[in-house]
Design a protein around this ligand. Structure first.
Ligand SMILES: *[C@@H]1O[C@H](CO)[C@@H](O)[C@H](O)[C@H]1NC(C)=O
Ligand SMILES: *[C@@H]1O[C@H](CO)[C@@H](O)[C@H](O)[C@H]1NC(C)=O
Ligand SMILES: *[C@@H]1O[C@H](CO)[C@@H](O)[C@H](O)[C@H]1NC(C)=O
Ligand SMILES: *[C@@H]1O[C@H](CO)[C@@H](O)[C@H](O)[C@H]1NC(C)=O
Ligand SMILES: [Cu+2]
Length: 169
């Protein structure tokens, strides 16, 4: 009887953690300013990157006027120098929706002449999904919605531990 209970609780925990992990967020690059040459606010994209938590499977949305800008990915080296000869991937139609499919760094620029050196560039760091979904920096409307109160998981873990220590036959 107790074993069935434990199995059930473990299964519940497993399902809940999966739910946490697959809760991917969508981040609109530059917010309402969209993807432009940030003349008024040169640090637009660096502060966007600094204030946002990016996790695996989150999506970046670049809004821009198709034909006036684009989004390309580069290596770090070419990103630093705004050298767009070796483009890894190119997105020419707005909105460009890019899924962050791994951890680590991603480098985006606009490949139109001089747009990158005028500040239309974004580098982000993607962390593993699921660790702490409830960071305060993720304010609405683009936050990932927590599906459970934070106390639920520890409480259920306690319930499991209690069952293991004091199995009732
Ligand atoms: C991001 O953070 C910087 C400094 O911490 C702040 O000046 C800026 O207003 C923030 N931007 C957004 C979009 O929250
Ligand atoms: C840009 O990078 C390529 C190699 O990918 C290199 O051949 C070229 O010289 C670079 N251009 C500049 C201006 O550094
Ligand atoms: C991520 O997606 C790109 C294509 O957009 C692909 O080239 C790359 O292999 C993918 N990486 C992983 C880890 O799946
Ligand atoms: C990301 O999505 C893929 C495919 O939907 C899934 O297999 C993977 O577990 C997800 N990774 C995370 C960390 O959520
Ligand atoms: Cu541009």
């Amino acid at each position: 009887m107790a074993k069935v209970e434990i199995l059930f609780l473990l299964l519940t925990l497993k399902l809940m953690s999966l739910q946490y992990i697959t809760e991917a967020a969508e981040h609109v690059v530059g917010g309402d300013s969209a993807w432009i040459i940030p003349k008024k606010n040169p640090s637009l994209y660096s502060s966007f990157a600094a204030n946002t938590t990016f996790r695996v499977n989150d999506t970046l949305v670049f809004n821009f006027r198709t034909g006036a800008h684009n989004v390309v990915t580069l290596s770090q080296k070419h990103y630093e120098s705004c050298n767009v000869t070796d483009i890894i991937e190119s997105f020419d139609t707005s909105p460009a929706k890019i899924t962050l499919n791994r951890t680590g760094d991603f480098y985006f620029v606009c490949a139109f002449p001089s747009h990158c050196s005028l500040g239309q560039k974004l580098s982000i760091h993607v962390t593993a999904g699921g660790s702490s979904s409830l960071t305060p920096s993720e304010a609405p409307p683009h936050s990932r919605a927590p599906t459970l109160p934070a106390v639920t998981v520890p409480f259920l873990l306690m319930a499991v531990a209690t069952n293991l220590l004091f199995p009732c036959y």
